[in-house]
Design a protein around this ligand. Structure first.
Ligand code: HEC
Ligand code: HEC
Length: 341
């Protein structure tokens, strides 16, 4: 009897020791909350995301009839099934034309202050007419677009509900597209759950990756704040491969801006391969290896001082990749809207 009791006690002690031996992920502290995405969706005063505006914007976003030949919609290159991007190194526009750059995700654009790889659009409202007007992207004939929209009973009703008293115009189309895009939000990722106090939401390895991200790997120098971007422009030494893309320099002719591009969000990044503005990195591992080497060699003269050889071990590279995969938000099924006829 006594032996049995002793064995039981011993087993209990060993079990407790085992629990204590497995180190657990620390709880998120106050300093970690700088990564927390706010509940409120920022929007301009004259374009709050009312349900009528979002519904209209969603229909327009998925409607290929906006394009010059009725074949391309915004969703062709910002597809919900491909992380609101297109899986291409460089996007393919109307009549199969290859664009010069990769399509960024539109996830969490509500939280950004800079739009496009070179920051040439000042707001989402300002951005939306760009791809429509572009002869490479949608090649929209605005006159025809307005007639088409006004001729459809369904769209007339939707515009009247969304923007009462305003005409069916490029302006209201752009506003509705912006209102819809602001509702495309990535949140409640495992990392967010960990920030919210759920220790077990991320693994030891992912937690190590987070520490490297802020520390030795220096990623947080640019991918900072709730949307993992400083809304700044940097030359991170992506190889130019023959055809030079000057990036931000086109708008700001400063030496440091040559080949500088906007820091993209990393939320949902596991869903949006390939990476970089030219799709030159096929996987997240390739991205980390790019930074680990201090960018492509020879380095450009104006390489950001924040990019330098990192001396990460292969295991540390894995940890960083694992961390980025915790940034995938809870995926809600997206229904393609029934388009007004
Ligand atoms: C043919 C492919 C294609 C189509 C169609 C397209 N886009 Fe894009 N989109 C891109 C590319 C490529 C970029 C980046 C271009 C650049 O920065 O030079 C981009 C950038 C954007 C951005 C900026 C995102 C950011 O984080 O800076 C937004 C917003 C956007 N597109 C919305 C739209 C909307 C709205 C439509 C429909 C009216 C649309 N796109 C149609 C390919 C496309
Ligand atoms: C000096 C600022 C800076 C630093 C430091 C930095 N990044 Fe970036 N990151 C950028 C910019 C700018 C781009 C886009 C550049 C381009 O495409 O030319 C980018 C692109 C990326 C992309 C591709 C995203 C996409 O949608 O294509 C990933 C992933 C990424 N960075 C992860 C990291 C990681 C991980 C680290 C740390 C090892 C890091 N970054 C360090 C500025 C930075």
């Amino acid at each position: 009897m006594q032996t049995a009791l002793r064995t039981a006690l011993l087993t209990l002690l060993l079990a407790t020791a085992a629990v204590h031996a497995a180190p657990s992920v620390p709880k998120a502290g106050p300093a970690d909350q700088e990564w927390k995405l706010g509940k409120a969706l920022p929007h301009p005063a004259d374009n709050a995301a009312t349900p009528a505006r979002v519904a209209l914007g969603k229909a327009l976003f998925f409607d290929p009839r906006l394009s010059g030949n009725g074949t391309v919609s915004c969703a062709s290159c910002h597809h919900p099934g491909l992380g609101w991007s297109d899986g291409q190194k460089k996007s393919i526009g109307i009549n199969g034309q290859r664009l010069d750059r990769a399509a960024p995700t539109i996830v969490n654009v509500a939280f950004n202050t800079q739009f496009m790889w070179d920051g040439r659009a000042r707001s989402l409202e300002d951005q939306a007419t760009g791809p429509l007007a572009s002869p490479q992207e949608m090649s929209t004939d605005f006159q025809h677009m307005k007639l088409m929209l006004a001729s459809l009973e369904g769209y007339r009703t939707m515009f009247a509900a969304a923007y009462p008293g305003e005409a069916v115009s490029e302006r209201t189309v752009a506003k509705a597209l912006a209102a819809f895009q602001r509702t495309v939000v990535s949140r409640d990722s495992r990392f967010d759950q960990w920030l919210g106090g759920k220790r077990g939401a991320i693994t030891q390895q992912e937690y190590r990756g987070y520490q490297l991200f802020k520390g030795k790997a220096n990623c947080a120098a640019c991918h900072s704040g709730p949307n993992f971007t400083d809304n700044g422009f940097h030359n991170i030494g992506v190889a130019q491969g023959g055809h030079e893309d000057v990036g931000r320099y086109k708008l700001r002719a400063l030496p440091s801006m040559k080949g500088a591009f906007k820091t993209p969000t990393l939320r949902d990044v596991a869903l949006t391969a390939p990476y970089f503005r030219d799709g030159s990195a096929a996987t997240l591992r390739e991205v980390v290896e790019h930074y680990n080497a201090g960018g492509a060699q020879p380095a450009p003269a104006n390489l950001s001082p924040e990019v330098r050889p990192l001396q990460l071990t292969p295991a540390e590279v894995d940890d960083l990749v694992a961390f980025m995969k915790t940034l995938t938000g809870r995926q809600k099924p997206v229904t393609v809207p029934v388009l007004p006829q």
